[in-house]
Design a protein around this ligand. Structure first.
Ligand code: SAM
Length: 224
């Protein structure tokens, strides 16, 4: 039966892909990719020649209906993002929702995503956590931080290297400078780095050593 697969892809190390993900990418009729050139490199690495079609935040609203029609017409389609799990700070939600509305089966494979290794590596409580994705850069930013001041679960944020110091500094103001936190940079890549300490320590550390690469911030929740 035709369906939509969501396939997680490596967040750095090309070996971080499951046997099943490789098998499905090679057997579907079409792979939808955020950046077809990026995904082409992955498919070439695994000798997969499945046709690719671009699917990203700028065209997904227009294309979801035609993708659903293709699946209803008998095709099986896989969605990937540039890295990690589709739908996690990446396109996916809209297509999944539209497929469900059209009674199309949806299957998401377990696999790479940046938030889980960052959380587990942080050494902060991982029994209850919330994923906050990217904080809004401007509008709604202060409101979001105010709302997190009383959050008791461990919080996970995605951040760009250019905004890391600003975000750590502001989190120290809203949540308190002594809150324990962790910054994971370049997970699964050659220069992976995990720095742990208070929010004020981390803000100072990265002020003195401006970061590069991809970043996850993990912050412990407020004590009950
Ligand atoms: N879909 C992806 C996932 O499942 O994690 C997230 C995509 S989002 C557009 C990209 C952000 O994820 C980066 O800015 C960074 O915050 C985080 N990220 C992705 N790869 C990472 C890595 N190797 N190390 C640290 N953070 C990473």
């Amino acid at each position: 039966m035709s369906k939509l697969f969501l396939i997680p892809t490596p967040i750095g190390n090309l070996k971080d892909i499951t046997f099943r993900a490789v098998e499905i990418l090679g057997s579907v009729d079409l792979v939808l990719a955020e950046d077809t050139r990026q995904t082409k490199k992955l498919l070439n690495h695994y000798n997969i020649s499945t046709p690719l079609q671009s699917h990203h935040m700028f065209n997904e609203h227009k294309s979801v209906e035609s993708i659903c029609s293709k699946i209803l017409g008998g095709q099986t389609i896989a969605l990937v993002s540039d890295a990690g799990t589709p739908g996690i700070s990446d396109p996916g939600f809209l297509l999944v929702r539209t497929c469900i509305e059209n009674e199309i089966p949806v299957e998401t494979l377990p696999g790479p995503t940046a938030l889980i290794p960052a959380l587990v590596n942080s050494g902060l409580p991982s029994d209850r956590f919330c994923f906050e994705g990217f904080l809004p850069p401007k509008k709604g930013r202060n409101k979001r931080m105010t709302g997190l001041a009383d959050e008791t679960r461990t919080m996970i944020f995605y951040e760009s290297p250019f905004r890391l110091v600003k975000t750590l500094t502001e989190l120290a103001i809203y949540l308190g400078p002594d809150r324990s936190a962790s910054v994971s940079r370049e997970l699964s890549k050659m220069f992976e780095e995990n720095i742990r300490g208070t929010l004020s320590f981390l803000a100072e550390y990265y002020t003195n050593k401006p970061p590069k690469g991809e970043i996850v911030i993990v912050v412990t929740g407020k004590k009950d």
